[in-house]
Design a protein around this ligand. Sequence first.
Ligand code: F6P
Length: 452
Amino acid sequence: MATVLVASNRGPVSYVLGEDGSLDTRRGGGGLVSALSTIDSQESLWVCAALGEGDREAVRQGVGEPGVRMLDIPPDMYADAYNGIANSVLWFLHHHLYDIPREPVFDAAFRRRWDSYRAYNRAFAEALAAEAAEGAAVLVQDYHLALVPGQLRELRPDLRIAHFTHTPWASSTYLRMLPTDIREELLRGMLGADRLGFHTRAWAAAFTDCAGASGLGRSQVAVYPLGVDADELRALAHRPEVDEKLTELRAEVGDRKTIVRVDRTELSKNILRGLLAYRELLTTHPEWRDRVVHLASAYPSRQDLESYRAYTAAVAELADEINTEFGTADWQPVLVSVKDDFTRSLAAYRLADVALVNPVRDGMNLVAKEIPVVSETGCALVLSTGAGAYEELKEDALTVNPFDVSETAEALHTALTMPPSERADRTKRLSSTATSLPPQRWFLDQLEALRD
Ligand code: F6P
């Protein structure tokens, strides 16, 4: 029986099914993985969902990693819960993404998907209840599993339960779009936890506003702003393959300045307005033509959803337009990479003169924290007020309203012209704030508070 349990939709490992039926194991990185490595693996268990056919086959064959239990949820139920509710409803609510004249529509089909979401949460709650030792600590992650705390509390009142939200939390006006009974079920699910964690004070306050301060009951709300592990990140950024990529990028960029962005192609990341701002920069400040390159990594995400496919195509189209409008025989203004290529991203981080992080709304945004830590000559950070990281980094960033393309274009100009000494000073302070709560500390602080 485990004494520390983590539950998340996406687990630390996944399996790819080969044509010959063999299973190839892929281990993921990320904050939770390194955080959990501090706990004795005899004591801990990570419960996650089987995401694809490879994972399902691994569960069927009994293949697995010690300390990880994958749940083989029926594929239709899983698709309805993950794509139909978590990604298309809860993600859209928390990031304020709806195109209001058309969406959302809460009809009978939505109710059927919600039943799947409840059942998928229930599968997690039952697995956790079966695996947890008496009085164990259970740390549930994210909007996929918002009902688990309440369901688990009913099954195992002895457990200490925490839930952490990695996204923003919706404003109360936005959350009120949900049918009343569903909104109440969602909040009751969350409020089954002893402790509810958020990345920023703003998201914690939004939750409290939705729940009503008096409705919190036993749940305590706390803020843990996840940061980066400086040593680990610098070591990753100085591997030989990153050096090689850096040489290639330097050859493409020449002695021009760089504006760097790295995102999943995700509706909330505001990549289109970022490109529009770059186009406006080249129009209102023509002196930057042929003197700057925009390195944009925009790797595909959630391509099962039509709105994401359309957005990905629109990003590529706009980048092409800018290149056609301004490009010359030896200057390509935007270099877009659509591959999920962490090595290239780290090389771009090292090369960054300016980092552009302009999400409309974002739980934290670790890219805003990572670039200052590894940029070689110091970078000026253009940061949206909608990023969770804004709360901690606003003093040393150039902050912009994510909807104001002209303001963003002007901030890019200010960033590009920032004197090197000012840039270095700001980067030093950004980097120190960014590394103040590395993943292991972030996790252990929550675990200690939960056990107290
Ligand atoms: O931002 C919250 C988060 O859970 C991230 O941790 C993660 O990158 C993403 O949302 C979920 O992505 P996916 O749907 O690809 O698992």
